[in-house]
Design a protein around this ligand. Structure first.
Ligand code: E4P
Length: 228
């Protein structure tokens, strides 16, 4: 399962890439706002970073950039997506799963601009993403679980449906807004292709109190051993 970092902050992306080898990046208007920088500055910084970092195969290192969320009509979304996609070949354009967004993503994929159908909350929405050949579909499991739903069946159903129709691995399933180590594991058990989460979620998920306890035990043993 691939790990994407959900962030628009270059220092976080750089750190996550060099520390645990993230496989891609997802951004959204909220992350861009939190970077404190203008939208176009962030877009250019993201495009420059993959080259400056020397990311292997950078042209295919996926960075999802979302279009202006105010846009509703397919033609407006398509125009916005083309502008963003022209900045860097590794950009994947995030389009909301609305009727206009579905039409926009379908057209963009036909012309070779890769899309990430986002704000997906149901199996039916996940099906249309695959039928229209989006590169990614983003079921937001964190938001659902924050509201008391258990998403294990949801992810498993999307995986099953994709396998039923030969879409699995073609439209990759990004479980989005992942908040906990348990959710990462749930996604992996269900067969999701990718999880996307913030830096703190990954860092917490890689820690375990027994690891620290074990280091303490071994330090004591080391200190009570002769080193001649
Ligand atoms: C996914 O692609 C989204 O950017 C993301 O997960 C949004 O959710 P959050 O900001 O609430 O985590």
């Amino acid at each position: 399962m691939k790990y994407f970092l959900d962030s628009a902050k270059i220092d976080e992306i750089k750190y996550a890439y060099n520390t645990f080898g993230i496989d891609g990046v997802t951004t959204n208007p909220k992350h861009v706002m939190l970077s404190g920088k203008p939208f176009l500055t962030v877009v250019r910084e993201l495009a420059d970073w993959v080259k400056e970092e020397g990311v292997e195969g950078w042209e295919k290192f996926p960075i999802s950039v979302e279009i202006n969320p105010h846009l509703e009509k397919a033609e407006e979304m398509i125009a916005a997506a083309r502008e963003i996609a022209a900045v860097s070949p590794n950009f994947v354009i995030k389009i909301p799963c609305t009727i206009g967004g579905i039409e926009a993503a379908r057209t963009l994929e036909k012309e070779g601009i890769r899309t990430n159908l986002t704000l997906v909350f149901s199996d039916a929405q996940a099906i249309i993403a695959a039928k229209n050949k989006s590169l990614f579909v983003s079921p937001f499991i964190g938001w659902k679980e924050d509201n008391g739903e258990d998403c294990r069946d949801y992810i498993a159903n999307v995986v099953k449906i994709y396998k039923n129709y030969g879409w699995y691995g073609k439209t990759e399933i990004i479980c989005a807004a992942v908040r906990t180590a348990k959710q990462i594991v749930d996604c992996a058990v269900a067969g999701a292709d990718i999880v996307t989460a913030g830096l703190a979620v990954y860092e917490t998920s890689f820690k375990h109190p027994y690891t620290n306890q074990g280091i303490g035990i071994f330090c004591d043993a080391w200190d009570n051993t002769r080193h001649e």
